[in-house]
Ligand binder design. Structure first.
Ligand SMILES: O=C(CO)COP(=O)(O)O
Length: 247
């Protein structure tokens, strides 16, 4: 099954009005040759979602959403609000939210359902900590997260998985290609077991210290269908340098 890869930028809590120019520079580099091979998307902070989406240049996503449609939840943003602002995607279950906001798999699952309800594609993040990796628990942890975070009805059209080892995020460290392959193959098997052969079409992104210098090697790994990029998505030249792995 041929799967069009997705290279998504997660700007995290970075980006002011001045960053619109960076987004436009990314879009300018998203030429026909690249478009034919891969999809690019940017997930800016909430404050920029509508501004970037209105440009109509690239798909835009949120970085989190509340599970409910609306209500008394000060500071939160619903999937419906993101959709209304023009978003296509929403990241859910990023490790920075699982850790900083104590988000459990059940919460991530409810947010994934909220994304679908609003007509958004959920980018569901999973990944082990350093202690879990050195303790030999990586596949157990990732398997539990995949099982608990994905609702019944997960398809290639409504969901993207992002494997992001927590210890590789923002550290400059990456797993070996063999380690990435082991986890991505494992996730693929779990998806097919639960959702059937169509799950071969679900994109499984790798995230964690992806840079122009390591993108080609990581993107060539079996069952790696793109990247979720943090720091290197803030500069158009770096982000396009990563996407060039698909040119
Ligand atoms: O967390 C990430 C993307 O969601 C990865 O961040 P870095 O690319 O900065 O390591």
């Amino acid at each position: 099954m041929s799967v069009k890869p997705l290279v998504a930028g997660n700007w995290k809590m970075n980006g002011l009005k001045a960053s619109v120019a960076e987004f436009e520079a990314i879009a300018a580099g998203y030429d026909a040759a690249l478009k034919a091979k891969a999809e690019l998307a940017i997930c800016p902070p909430f404050t920029l979602v509508a501004t970037l989406a209105q440009k109509g240049l690239l798909p835009v996503g949120g970085q989190d959403c509340h599970a409910k449609v609306s209500g008394a939840h000060t500071g939160d943003t619903s999937a419906e609000m993101l959709k209304d602002a023009g978003a296509t995607y929403v990241i859910v279950g990023h490790s920075e939210r699982r850790t900083d906001h104590a988000e459990t798999d059940a919460v991530v699952k409810a947010k994934t359902e909220a994304a679908w309800r609003a007509g958004l594609v959920a980018i569901v993040c999973v990944g082990e900590t350093h202690a879990e990796r050195t303790g030999g628990k990586t596949l157990d942890v990732v398997g539990t997260q995949v099982a608990g975070s994905l609702p019944d009805g997960t398809t290639a059209a409504n969901t993207v998985i992002a494997y992001e080892p927590v210890w590789a995020i923002g550290t400059g460290l990456t797993p070996t290609a063999a380690d990435v392959k082991e986890v991505h193959n494992f996730i693929r098997k779990e998806l097919v077991k639960r959702f059937g052969a169509d799950a071969n079409g679900i994109r499984i992104l790798y995230g964690g210290s992806v840079k122009p210098s390591n993108a080609a090697e990581l993107m060539a790994v079996e069952d790696v269908n793109g990247a979720l990029v943090g720091g290197a998505s803030l500069k158009a030249s770096d982000f396009l340098g990563i996407a060039a792995a698909y040119k």
